[in-house]
Write a protein that binds this ligand. Structure first.
Ligand code: PLP
Length: 395
């Protein structure tokens, strides 16, 4: 068989997609699996957004290529949304629309990284950052965090080298739900600017904040630092539009222009119909965002105490402020049940208790697991019952 590229050989398949595929296969085989493994809202895309897409098909607009970096009207809608939410202005030529936020990140790494350039990833971090960095020829560098999953500029400084090119700052964070305070953000961004490190701010969960917790966007900090910031966002989580594949990057025009060149060759443009839907998402009635947020909040408030009380499950960072995941430390649960590590535990839970979870290894944190509560409350209660029973039987 022919030799494949060294680049792809060092990339791991997405662990969240892998466990989800196994869970889906079991479901197809008739097993009643509750899959808490994937980061996807269970709500339908709001009707006004669906209707905008239908209109664009029926009036013929969706039939054609759009500009590679997105429809001007969509960039306008994104710019206005950002302005309304964070009082920061991006010119439309500073915005690049992509096939999901994932593609925005992928393209950005292609544009900024030279071979062996390093990207700082505070742990835990979303599974795709490290693999995308490798695919771009770069080197992911983990930044250690404290018990509460917080880090300071001293932790960043400990990992900084002449090759340090960028830092990914994901708030609210997948998988822990952690949200950075304004003071933390200020210190981190100031540090990055001082050392000429690009801050990649992934704010895809910005609308999902609970129990009075507040979100500060990097855009609300000192404008003078914005030449070192690229914002990543999209419609997937806030508008329950994972299947539509629309995300974006916004930042320095030189970087965005090169992203446009790459995208022009790689993708031509994100699906036109999805772009028309996204215009409505960003500029239409926003009330469904709040309705869905309240739904997630109710689930969090019911599920958190249940999971926290499972034998050997610990929540060192406390109750999550945002996103839709719990990220318990299960070191003690592993000791109690005798499983060697989180992947072994998660596999046994899937095969025996029929609950899909993701091991912390996928986020750079062995000894933990991620559980998504973006599913209906009855399934969450049943998943908890199964976990409880699993633990009781194994101890
Ligand atoms: N960034 C983070 C932190 C995510 O969790 C996800 C999705 O899981 C994405 C980006 C990608 O979202 P999209 O569906 O827009 O590609």
């Amino acid at each position: 068989y022919m030799e494949l590229s060294r680049k792809v050989m060092q990339v791991q398949p997405s662990a969240t997609l892998k466990i989800s595929a196994t869970a889906k296969q079991m479901m197809a085989d008739g097993v009643d699996v509750i899959n808490l493994g994937i980061g996807e809202p269970d709500f339908q895309t709001p009707d006004n957004i669906k209707q905008a897409a239908i209109d664009s098909i029926q009036n013929g607009q969706a039939s054609f290529y759009t500009p590679a970096t997105g429809l001007p009207a969509l960039k306008q809608a994104i710019s206005q949304r950002i302005e309304a939410d964070h009082h920061y202005h991006f010119d439309p030529n500073q915005i690049v629309v992509t096939d999901g936020a994932k593609m925005a990140l992928f393209t950005l790494f292609q544009v900024i990284l030279n071979p062996d350039d390093e990207v700082l990833l505070p742990v835990p971090y979303w599974v795709s950052y490290s693999e995308q960095v490798k695919l771009a020829g770069g080197v992911p560098v983990e930044v250690s965090t404290d018990e509460q999953l917080r880090f300071t500029t001293a932790d960043l400084e400990a990992q900084r080298t002449p090759k340090t090119k960028a830092l990914v700052l994901n708030s609210p964070q997948n998988p822990s739900g952690l949200v950075f305070s304004r003071a933390e953000l200020t210190a981190i961004v100031n540090w990055a600017v001082e050392h000429d490190v690009l801050v990649i701010a992934d704010e895809i969960y910005e609308k999902l904040l609970y129990n009075g917790n507040e979100f500060t966007s990097v855009l609300e900090l000192d404008d003078a630092n914005m030449d070192h910031v690229v914002l990543i966002n999209g419609v997937s989580k806030a508008y329950s539009m994972t299947g539509w594949r629309i995300g974006y990057a916004a930042g320095p025009q030189t970087i965005m222009a090169k992203m446009g060149v790459v995208l022009g060759h790689a993708a031509s443009n994100p699906a036109a119909v999805s772009q028309y839907a996204a215009i409505e998402a960003f500029s239409g009635d926003q009330s469904s965002v709040e309705t869905m947020r309240q739904g997630f909040e109710a689930r969090l408030n019911e599920l958190y105490p249940l999971i926290e009380r499972l034998p050997g499950f610990k929540m060192p960072a406390g109750k999550p402020a945002g996103a839709f995941y719990l990220f318990p430390d299960i070191t003690e649960a592993l000791r109690l049940t005798g499983y060697a590590d989180a992947p072994a535990f998660v596999t046994a839970v899937l095969l025996e208790a029929h609950v899909g979870l993701v091991p912390g290894e996928a986020f750079g944190m062995p000894g933990c697991l991620r559980l998504s509560y973006a599913t209906d409350i009855d399934s969450l209660r049943e998943a908890h019952r199964r976990l409880q029973k699993f633990m009781t039987e194994k101890i």
